[in-house]
Design a protein around this ligand. Structure first.
Ligand code: FNR
Length: 387
């Protein structure tokens, strides 16, 4: 299946990525925390929801176009922020941002990216993208990051609220995934069997955490980064920090990681533009419900002044349609684009977006709709979805 034209679904991309990306980095993407129960539930919960097929309805003139925080998008999907993306494929963040730009959807750059804000701005001819901010103890560094995001033409800021401390992923520990990666025998053997990946990495100049290295006193290379990062995530994060960030940023603000109705109400009170129902793709609180199950009560509690979006577990256009039906105005994809990137670089991300778009368009039509903005819970079979 090394031929892109034979790829028909996200699972195909995952299979190729698993072969091509060194295990330590593939596992980093394809894993959840602890028992991985929430990671698995995110996908499984979508499967339980059934769609109502309508017939003899005019399907001509369909559109998946809509808006996310006022930005026109070709479908209600954005690329989620993922750390170490440049380890799935050399220059991964730039390639994914280019694919998103070509498809007319937003790309979000993680604080923990390999390519820097400036690299992505230059690599996309300063096309606007979104930036994801972690709340860190070093507030001076955060201020500089916010200013750099503005200078790089970022058009929205996502603040991640669910990572004050880190959920443990067993695979990362067993693989010795750290900064810099541990040169264990099995890692070295695995790298030696991935010549394509290694050549790609050698061909790039951007192999550090570009948003951090060189921008913090005493962090000049990857090895000095590890100890700095380890205790930078701020366990004291609270709603006052969100207000401070909102003021400093002054633009569109998105709050990521809301899983409870009460937190949705608090998020709405901050005046943020959108919240993301997210359990970090099952990478933080193992035992948390699937996001699609948590969505309806959050959408109801959030009110009209804040857009509600969803991520975690989206592997198809049908999943996007179901999220939309249950009240998510937008969605984000993490692993679905990472698999494409690891498998085929920019073309693989483009393929992932084409697959999801086509599935969304066709499924919407089968449900009797031609405009994504008209879709609501009436397309779902009663009793198969959470109320
Ligand atoms: C993430 N996620 C994430 N979120 C964030 O706010 N900042 C980050 O740096 C990262 N890093 C990261 C790395 C990897 C490898 C993954 C898979 C995920 C979470 C991400 O933004 C999103 O919430 C999930 O990926 C959504 O779940 P799916 O689509 O991957 O199932």
């Amino acid at each position: 299946m090394s031929d892109l034209s034979k790829i028909t679904c996200i699972e195909d991309l995952r299979v190729v990525a698993q072969k091509r990306v060194p295990r330590m980095f593939y596992d980093y993407a394809d894993s959840g925390s602890y028992t991985q129960g929430t990671y698995r539930d995110n996908e499984a919960a979508f499967q339980k929801i059934k769609l109502r097929q309508r017939v003899a309805v005019n399907m001509e003139g369909r559109s998946t176009r809509t808006t996310m925080v006022g930005h026109d998008v070709s479908m209600p999907v954005a690329i989620a922020p993922t750390g170490l993306t440049g380890m799935q494929h050399a220059d991964g963040e730039i390639l994914a941002a280019r694919a998103a730009k070509a498809f007319g959807i937003p790309f979000t750059l993680s604080t923990m990216s390999i390519c820097s804000l400036e690299d992505v701005a230059a690599g996309t001819d300063r096309h606007p993208f979104w930036f994801q901010l972690y709340v860190m103890r070093d507030r001076g560094f955060m201020e500089r990051l916010i200013d750099r995001a503005k200078a790089a033409n970022c058009s929205a800021l996502q603040v991640t609220l669910d990572l004050q401390i880190l959920g443990q992923r067993h695979k990362d520990i067993k693989n010795g995934l750290s900064t810099p990666p541990k040169p264990t025998i099995s890692n070295l053997i695995n790298l030696a069997t991935k010549p394509r990946w290694c050549m790609g990495m050698l061909g790039t100049k951007r192999r550090t955490f570009g948003n951090i290295v060189g921008h913090v006193d005493g962090v000049g290379d990857v090895s000095s980064l590890a100890s700095w990062t380890a205790d930078q995530f701020d366990p004291r994060l609270n709603w006052n920090d969100v207000e401070w960030i909102k003021k400093r940023w002054g633009g569109k603000l998105i709050l990521k990681g809301v899983m409870e109705a009460e937190d949705a109400r608090l998020a709405a009170q901050t005046g943020a533009d959108a919240l993301i129902v997210s359990n970090h793709g099952g990478r933080q609180l193992d035992g948390a419900p699937a996001t699609i199950d948590a969505l309806p009560s959050i959408a109801q509690a959030a009110g009209k002044d804040i857009e509600v979006w969803l991520d975690s577990g989206i592997r198809s256009g049908q999943d996007v349609l179901k999220a939309r039906a249950l009240g998510a105005k937008g969605t984000l994809i993490g692993r679905s684009f990472l698999y494409g990137l690891g498998a085929f670089g920019q073309e693989g991300v483009a393929k992932a977006l084409q697959i999801i778009h086509k599935e969304l368009d066709v499924s919407m039509a089968f449900c009797g709709h031609t405009d994504i903005n008209q879709v609501d819970s009436t397309i779902l079979v009663p009793g198969t979805y959470p109320l």
